[in-house]
Design a binder for this molecule. Structure first.
Ligand code: ATP
Length: 434
């Protein structure tokens, strides 16, 4: 199945309303994607789970939401203006552009065999202009990572929260990179969302804290139900490290197109705080008032992609099962991630009392659980539709429900059914979903 698993997931995403091609009615903007009704729920659930695990369940990490636009000097100090580029080469015949790192036979175009131009650096930052005048002084960048918004607020956090080391900042937000070779659906795009933590530590603790974060982050993916066989750690060799990093380990997922990075956990040393101190003239050192010493903390950075995680979760959860003569497609997403928790379905849609009761049950459940009501097809079709989007429980209201005040609850993964009294339904579901 793995050969066409990607095609199946992409098709399900469009068919059922998870992910659409951006600006599709105009022919689509290449490699740009919009999240539909189920996609946005899945994405929000994922972000909520991340925030809960790195902010709410810890005492030492604070949340932030910095602006996408930042002072242009940030990107000079961070090294992005000078170092954030890929080498590119263009084909002189077919005009296609390639990332040099991706081409094995470097002299010829991999598509048409044509002659390639000399490799040239290509900065990945999107440049635009702020304000009405387009001149060099108004040039500004769309941030290529959310991290810098946390470094430049380091003093504000010290002055407002007075935290003791080690402590961290966490934020989720959009980042932009003018990638030379975007592709593989939402895996590599030019606009994407990151979930990043900047964890400030004493330099001598950095190696230990790096290991702790690698383990914590790896376990987070496992706890979301991703199959262990499909996850691995990849420690970077010296030649793979970014310009600011001393060490880095990637968490990789076994995508249908091969093992690829979901998240990188790096030791950024004191590079960023030093650079911003020098460039801004503000002292970004930490003062330890017990040891009476002033120093630049090291930074451990777990940096993951929302879109890549969503893609991994969709691929991992996609299942096809043979049920009698039928093929059941079911997304076995973790209960915290499933876009819809409960669907209420009337067994007979031409019986007003049944429809009425089903609607009433759905209205009541909606107050505490994400619930949908659907009466637009026969029950078999309604079940299939809910399975495909990963709905955890289907509640069916039938003729007998009118008499015994019970409904049938069908479990997504096992397809087992049980009768539950309507009075107890809300408690029953809330317990299962807790
Ligand atoms: P890659 O090597 O795949 O280009 P990277 O090492 O440059 O990724 P980082 O700079 O470490 O990526 O960014 C942190 C995370 O942000 C990545 O692990 C990934 O999940 C996400 N990310 C980075 N670039 C993209 C992109 N173009 N599209 C989608 N997500 C991305």
């Amino acid at each position: 199945m793995s050969e066409n698993l990607m095609d199946k997931v992409v098709s399900l995403c469009k068919r059922r309303g998870f992910i659409f091609h951006s600006s599709e009615i105009y022919g689509g903007l290449s490699n740009t994607w919009d999240y539909g009704p189920y996609g946005v729920e899945l994405k929000n659930n994922l972000k909520r789970s991340w925030w809960k695990s790195v902010v709410y369940e810890r005492d030492d990490v604070f949340g932030m939401d910095a602006a996408i636009l930042m002072h242009p000097k940030v990107w000079e100090a961070s090294g992005h203006v000078e170092n954030f580029f890929d080498l590119k080469s263009d084909c002189k015949s077919c005009k296609k552009r390639f990332k040099v790192a991706d081409i094995k036979e470097r002299k010829k175009c991999p598509e048409c065999g044509g002659e390639l131009t000399e490799a040239r650096p290509f900065n990945l930052m999107f440049k635009t202009h702020q304000g009405a005048v387009e001149d060099a002084a108004s040039s500004i960048y769309l941030r290529p990572e959310t991290a810098q918004g946390m470094f430049v607020n380091f003093l504000n956090i010290l002055d407002s929260k007075h935290p003791k080391l080690p402590f961290g900042l966490a934020q989720i937000g959009k980042a932009f990179r003018n990638e030379i070779t975007p592709g593989n659906f939402t895996f590599r795009t030019r606009e994407f969302e990151q979930m990043e933590i900047e964890y400030f530590v004493r330099p001598e603790e950095a190696d230990e804290k790096l290991e702790e974060w690698i383990e914590a982050r790896f376990n987070w993916y496992l706890n979301l139900g991703i199959r262990k066989d499909n996850l691995r750690q990849h420690p970077h060799g010296k030649d793979e490290l970014a310009h600011y990093a001393k060490a880095c380990t990637d968490i990789e997922y076994n995508f249908p197109f091969g093992w690829s990075e979901l998240e990188g956990i790096a030791n950024r040393t004191d590079f960023d705080l030093r650079q911003h101190s020098q460039a801004s003239g503000k002292d970004l050192q930490y003062f330890d008032n017990v040891a009476k010493e002033r120093f630049y903390p090291y930074i451990i950075e777990p940096s993951g992609g929302v879109d890549r995680s969503v893609l991994a979760l969709l691929v991992d959860a996609y299942n096809e099962e043979k049920v009698k003569d039928d093929l059941r497609v079911v997304l076995k997403l973790h209960k915290d991630l499933a876009p819809v928790k409960v669907a209420v379905l009337p067994l007979l849609r031409n019986r007003p009392e049944i429809v009425e009761l089903a609607k009433k049950i759905a209205r009541n459940l909606k107050k505490s659980v994400v619930t949908v009501y659907d009466d637009t097809g026969a029950i078999g079709k309604l079940y299939r539709r809910q399975d495909e989007v990963g709905t955890l429980y289907c509640v069916t209201v039938d003729v007998q429900s009118l008499e015994d005040k019970q409904v049938t609850v069908r479990h997504r993964d096992t397809m087992q059914q049980e009768r539950v009294s309507i009075d107890n339904l809300k408690n029953y579901l809330e317990e299962k979903l807790a």
